[in-house]
Write a protein that binds this ligand. Structure first.
Ligand SMILES: [Zn+2]
Length: 291
């Protein structure tokens, strides 16, 4: 079943529940996370039982760790924690949460983190209040109204080395899926964590104007990494092939040139959408009409 159909089923369930404002669906017992080591300082935390199939990543140095996304919040958790308990089983280091982007399915456990970092983007700096609190909009979240806000504890620089302790990473803002989308690149280990920018599944675009933005971001990414890098996305099978990046860029360009196979009458989240297929059917872009 495709991710979109699963999400729709999830939303229908949520709509029938008393708390229809919440994107949370049903609670699953542990063990919820499948934790897998990429190397001795990097872990995949996959929510394989989530209808959305989310995947978050713990990226550590010798002094601190970055948790890249906070999970869906669909599990029961342990001792009142739905993700931090699992992180603490994995590292003793101080952990900073960084969201790949603000959609609801990546930030439901945000309140468990003492330190939440934002990418140092001008439009985000200008959006926090005088206490450095960011208030999530409905558009940010895409579904639901939770979380309402977060205290920004740190602004992480873009496209410059961030030292986690004997390990350097870089953040890159790649708009297209959302404006604030960031990825993590570890050049030394040739790893890239892409969030929803690219994952195992169809790409979601929320405004026709973002088709070109997305394509530009993919071209930028290809100037930063090459096919020796191992890529990881935020849904489905964690690892994404470099070829998937090439195919996705090709499909975006084909959409922009009005030369693609389309599927009419599609809708997601109660909004009409157009699904575009590559000629081999392997790559799909879903353009959600938000107006
Ligand atoms: Zn998303």
């Amino acid at each position: 079943m495709s991710r979109s159909i699963l999400i729709i089923a999830t939303l229908l369930f949520a709509a029938c529940s008393k708390d229809s404002e919440s994107p949370k669906i049903t609670k699953f017992t542990e063990s919820w996370y499948n934790v897998e080591e990429i190397n001795s300082q990097t872990w995949i935390m996959q929510e394989g039982r989530s209808p959305q199939g989310n995947v978050s990543y713990l990226v550590s140095g010798s002094e601190r760790a970055i948790m890249f996304d906070a999970g869906t919040g669909e599990n029961f958790g342990q001792d009142g924690s739905r993700i931090l308990y699992k992180i603490k089983e994995t590292t003793d280091l101080p952990v900073t949460l960084l969201l790949s982007h603000f959609h609801f399915d990546h930030n439901q456990n945000i309140a468990e983190f003492e330190n939440v970092a934002f990418p140092d983007l001008d439009f985000l700096r200008q959006s926090v209040d005088e206490s450095n609190v960011y208030h999530f909009s409905k558009e940010d979240l895409f579904v639901g109204t939770s979380p309402a806000s977060v205290q920004v504890g740190e602004w992480l620089p873009l496209e410059t080395d961030i030292d986690l302790g004997d390990r350097l990473i870089q953040l890159v803002n790649l708009p297209g899926h959302t404006d604030e989308s960031v990825i993590i690149i570890d050049h030394e280990n040739k790893l890239a964590f892409l969030g929803d920018f690219l994952y195992s599944g169809e790409i979601y675009v929320f405004d026709p104007q973002n088709l070109q933005v997305y394509a530009n971001s993919m071209e930028k990414l290809m100037t930063l990494i090459n096919n020796e890098y191992v890529l990881y996305g935020a849904h489905g099978a964690p690892q994404v092939s470099y070829q998937h990046l090439l195919n996705s860029l090709s499909l975006l360009n084909c959409i922009l040139n009005s030369d693609c196979f389309t599927e009419s009458g599609t809708s997601v989240f109660g909004k009409s959408a157009t699904r575009y297929h590559s000629k081999d059917g392997a790559t799909t872009v879903l353009l959600v009409h938000t107006d």
